[in-house]
Design a protein around this ligand. Structure first.
Ligand SMILES: O=P(O)(O)OC[C@H]1O[C@H](O[C@H]2O[C@H](CO)[C@@H](O)[C@H](O)[C@H]2O)[C@H](O)[C@@H](O)[C@@H]1O
Ligand SMILES: O=c1ccn([C@@H]2O[C@H](COP(=O)(O)OP(=O)(O)O)[C@@H](O)[C@H]2O)c(=O)[nH]1
Ligand SMILES: [Mg+2]
Length: 744
């Protein structure tokens, strides 16, 4: 089996400088604790920062050696990198923005540049080890650019990306000056995972708004690759926490703590020091609870563990002061000689002690303002060996999506939280057991092993899906072969779609006329007597005539209604009706009236509703509605409704580019045939081309065509290189009587 290379900012072990030398200790935080259980299988590798600046060569070598024994590979960061990339851009720009604290976010170009450079550094480290058959799994907001950086060097490799923190609504995400680069960086992955469906849909909407990519069931076609976006709520190592809670050592610690705390009831809260965790609100709520229910005085204690985190960042420092002050105030005004309402610890604890706290607490109090997932809530559940205990959980934590049996609260509603504490403390035992067992069953099934498996399965699924996109890039050997065939100087038939193929889309379709570069390319191509160039378009014939009529090209308009060979006039071979327009036009007009920026294009035998200038989400919504509406009419009167690039078109069923192109194939038998197009209507043409045709899809790989090119620019480059070569040029037609299709 190929191995997995995990890449994250923080390794699950952190280096610490102690008197006795450098030690390695477990890291805190959900990413490290969660994945720590799985990465060791096989010869997997974990690349990341060991959490301490080590500038001395010998310190680095010592840590490198010690980590290697644990299958880890360190990325050492300098002091400046830690300041600018980790504390700065990651934790003062991205963290607040993604947690909806955008008023805390700073936007500094220098920090962004450091972020780019350090992402490159992580990528370079991965590339030292990665093989094309490996799976690379990049984690979290500190490394959003790494997927694309790796993709550039290892184009075929499997890359998964998982984001552990929320992905905000586009209205928040758009505030970032580097929003586009960030999305592009992430899209280097094959699979992008989030904890919740909401994070996933926010990401999809940002991708759509910034890059114009639509999605189908979470699958995005970037033009280069299919990328799957999905929700994977992270689980915990259930067995580990459940077993630990029942171990003798844990029971002993729990008993010791219970006696020391001295109250019959205990509430536990555990988090890193972070403004996203809602610690002050929790304290206000606990205080309100004490005021509303004084009978609980001396009967209940709140054990609050706050783990030091990012304490060099200003906002975190200030939060620490705020919490210290609040705890001091509440304790001093409510305490008695034998009771302290809040037992506050500002430090981390070893796992057996954390487990003991979970075990002995009657209530788990988890109140973040925003949290990607929150593993503490799940660990608390797993540790309730006798199913007695109640979880109070903020609806703003990803975990709330799964833990419907918790008492859910809004962390901004202090009164509601105070009541929830009371409710939890008086909840009958049978109800506690019912709720707790239901939650245990869920997180036992969807544990960390299941999470990894489901993620990896989806990654394999998308890789297979990508292969079913049968087009190959028109580069290297394929391109050489095309050029070689072209060189043969036999009759060549070249079908070229117009919009999206020869010319880029414009907001106003009337302004998409040919520029000088395109005219020159077409002039060159048509000057070659071997070439018959056919512009095959959905445009009306007048437009094509105006734009290209002066060139010796053949024209096919309205997807095949009108045909014009260069030496003769426009003709049509179909007997079509257009009286249906009387019924359809008013319907389309109603959509124009409701949708500013949209308009109707009328052609001889079709009507088109354009919505390129309508705000993107709204345009899509209205187009769906219109398609549905027109669908009823179309099925009765032999019409087809088609969705194109920001258009909805209705036209006669028997018209399509494939049938039109077939006429040319019959009239002008050729040895070299090439067909290039970019949208759904061009697929009809690709489908009917004979074997051996160079069918080329533009801008996407999803096609029945054989090859793809990235953009209009690439198409022009190709045509330019074919048309400008003297070697391939047929100056004049001299028919050889023995073989009428040979040119000199
Ligand atoms: O590495 P630090 O700066 O010390 O921060 C610790 C970690 O915090 C974040 O954890 C998140 O991941 C958890 C597991 O998915 C999730 O439950 C929680 O809601 C998140 O906040 C952060 O995402 C990690 O990168 C940090 O290492
Ligand atoms: O002293 C402590 C306190 C907590 N944790 C762990 O830190 C993680 C916190 O993860 P969570 O998802 O709740 O929040 P994050 O800190 O990742 O935002 C949990 O696994 C805790 O068990 C720890 O390792 N040491
Ligand atoms: Mg087109």
């Amino acid at each position: 089996m190929s191995r997995i290379i995990i890449v994250s900012n923080r390794l699950p072990l952190k280096a610490q400088k102690k008197e006795e030398g450098i030690t390695l200790e477990p890291s805190e935080g959900g990413l490290a604790t969660g994945l720590g259980s799985v990465y060791k299988q096989g010869d997997n590798l974990w690349v990341g920062w060991p959490g301490l600046v080590l500038e001395e060569e010998q310190d680095q070598e010592y840590v490198r050696g010690a980590l290697l024994k644990e299958n880890m590979q360190p990325v050492f960061l300098t002091e400046t990198e830690v300041k600018e990339y980790y504390e700065g851009f990651s934790n003062e720009t991205l963290w607040p923005t993604f947690h909806y604290f955008s008023q805390y976010a700073i936007y500094e170009q220098q920090l962004w540049e450091a972020y780019v450079a350090v992402n490159q550094k992580f990528c370079d480290e991965v590339l030292k080890f990665a093989q094309p058959e490996d799976t690379i799994w990049v984690h979290d907001y500190q490394l959003l650019l790494v997927p694309q950086l790796i993709r550039e060097k290892l184009p075929g490799v499997s890359i998964g990306f998982f984001q552990h923190i929320p992905f905000p609504s586009f209205e928040i995400f758009r505030l970032l000056p580097w929003r586009r680069e960030i999305i592009e960086g992430m899209l280097g992955a094959d699979l992008i995972g989030f904890h919740t469906y909401d994070d996933m849909r926010h990401f999809l909407s940002s991708t759509n708004r910034l890059l114009g990519f639509a999605n189908l069931h979470g699958l995005i076609d970037t033009g280069q690759r299919a990328v799957l976006i999905d929700a994977f709520p992270m689980g915990i190592d259930y067995e580990k926490y459940a077993t630990l809670a029942s171990e003798e050592e844990t029971i002993r610690i729990a008993e010791k703590y219970r006696t020391a705390i001295g109250t019959p009831r205990i509430i536990i809260s555990i988090d890193r020091l972070d403004y996203s965790k809602g610690i002050p609100n929790r304290l206000y709520a606990f205080e309100m609870f004490l005021k509303r229910y004084p009978e609980f005085k001396e009967k209940v204690s709140l054990v609050m563990i706050v783990v030091p985190s990012r304490d060099t960042v200003e906002k975190y420092k200030r939060l620490k002061e705020e919490i210290d002050e609040l705890v001091g105030r509440i304790n001093s005004s409510h305490r008695t000689i034998s009771w302290n309402p809040i037992q506050y610890f500002y430090r981390s604890f070893p796992l057996p002690e954390i487990s003991a706290f979970y075990r002995l607490a009657d209530v788990g109090l988890v109140t973040p303002m925003r949290d990607g997932m929150n593993l503490v809530s799940k660990e608390y559940i797993a540790s309730k060996y006798d199913q007695k205990g109640v979880l109070i959980l903020s609806e703003m934590a990803g975990a709330a999506q799964e833990l419907a049996d918790a008492i859910q609260i809004n962390p901004n509603n202090i009164g509601q939280m105070a009541e929830a504490i009371h409710e939890a403390l008086i909840l009958p035992e049978e109800e506690q057991i019912t709720q707790m067992s239901a939650m245990q069953a869920l997180i036992k099934t969807y544990d960390i092993h299941q999470w990894v498996k489901v993620f990896m399965d989806r990654l394999s699924y998308v890789k297979i899906k990508q292969q079913s996109y049968t087009t190959d890039p028109l580069t290297g050997e394929a391109l050489d072969n095309l050029k070689q065939q072209y060189r043969k100087k036999t009759p060549r038939l070249i079908f070229l779609d117009y919009d999206g193929t020869l010319a880029p889309f414009t907001k106003d379709p009337r302004k998409a006329g040919p520029d000088q570069e395109l005219l020159t390319i077409l002039e060159q191509l048509t000057a070659d007597n071997c070439n018959r160039v056919v512009i095959i378009s959905g445009r009306d014939r007048q437009t094509l005539e105006n734009w290209l009529g002066h060139l010796p090209v053949d024209l096919i308009a309205e997807h095949g209604v009108w045909l014009k060979r260069r030496e003769v006039n426009w003709e049509t071979i179909l007997t079509l009706k257009n009286d249906w327009k009387r019924e359809v036009r008013p319907i389309m007009e109603a959509y124009v009236n409701r949708t500013a920026g949209s308009f109707i294009e009328e052609k001889d035998y079709s009507l088109v509703w354009h919505y390129r200038r309508v705000p993107s989400g709204l345009g899509k919504l209205r187009s769906r509605d219109l398609i549905h509406h027109l669908g009823y009419i179309a099925s009765n009167i032999n019409l087809q409704v088609m969705e194109g690039n920001k258009i909805v078109e209705i036209k006669n069923l028997e018209v399509n580019k494939g049938l039109a192109a077939t006429r040319w194939l019959e009239m002008y038998p050729s040895d070299f045939i090439m067909a290039i197009g970019d949208d759904r209507t061009d697929e009809d043409m690709f489908r009917l081309m004979p074997r051996g045709t160079f069918t080329i899809k533009v801008g996407s790989q999803r096609s029945v065509a054989q090859f793809h090119l990235g953009s209009v620019k690439d198409v022009r480059n190709l045509l330019q290189s074919l048309g400008s070569s003297k070697e391939t040029f047929c100056p004049e037609l001299t028919e050889d009587p023995s073989n009428p299709q040979t040119y000199s």
